[in-house]
Design a protein around this ligand. Structure first.
Ligand code: AMP
Length: 144
């Protein structure tokens, strides 16, 4: 299973981004409204500058309290982004996410972001794939 297939199967296309200068509180509102775990920070929607996730916000809330909601996302985002490409295999992307202990990966084609996959998207795709393989094997054994 390729990342391009996972992107195609996602119920919503595109990547939700916020521009630099957005407050952490506004980003938290979007995460809550859209029921997602991370946002890409980008000026133009296609060139990612960083990522801010619920984990970053909770960490700072725990350390400094709600005053951190007034910070700009620029101060809290991770800028050393690890990305994948549409032609990468899902299993490889899952390994990278597990090694780095994060759950989001922007998908970049050339120098443009074309999507974002979460660990949930990738695990679901792998389980669907394994389910289809098991069904095919069962049918082979049963002679269907
Ligand atoms: P997550 O598990 O995705 O909520 O992220 C855990 C930590 O890793 C947070 O500090 C994120 O900002 C950071 N992070 C998430 N995804 C990526 C990524 N693709 N590249 C680099 N850092 C990331």
């Amino acid at each position: 299973m390729l990342i391009s297939q996972i992107l195609k199967d996602k119920p919503t296309q595109g990547v939700l981004t916020v521009v630099p200068g957005t407050t952490v509180g506004a980003a938290a509102n979007i995460l809550s409204d859209k029921r997602i775990g991370g946002l890409i920070v980008s000026q133009d929607g296609v060139h990612p500058l960083g990522i801010i996730t619920e984990r970053d916000i909770v960490r700072e809330l725990g350390r400094r309290g709600s005053v951190c909601l007034e910070d700009k996302v620029d101060d809290m985002m991770t800028t050393a982004l690890v990305t994948c490409g549409p032609g990468d295999r899902a299993i490889k992307v899952l390994q990278v996410m597990t090694e780095h202990r994060f759950r989001h990966m922007p998908v970049v084609d050339g120098d443009e972001m074309v999507g974002l996959v979460s660990i949930g998207d990738v695990v679901k795709a792998r389980l669907d794939e394994l389910g289809s393989q098991a069904e095919a094997l069962k049918n082979m054994i049963m002679g269907y």
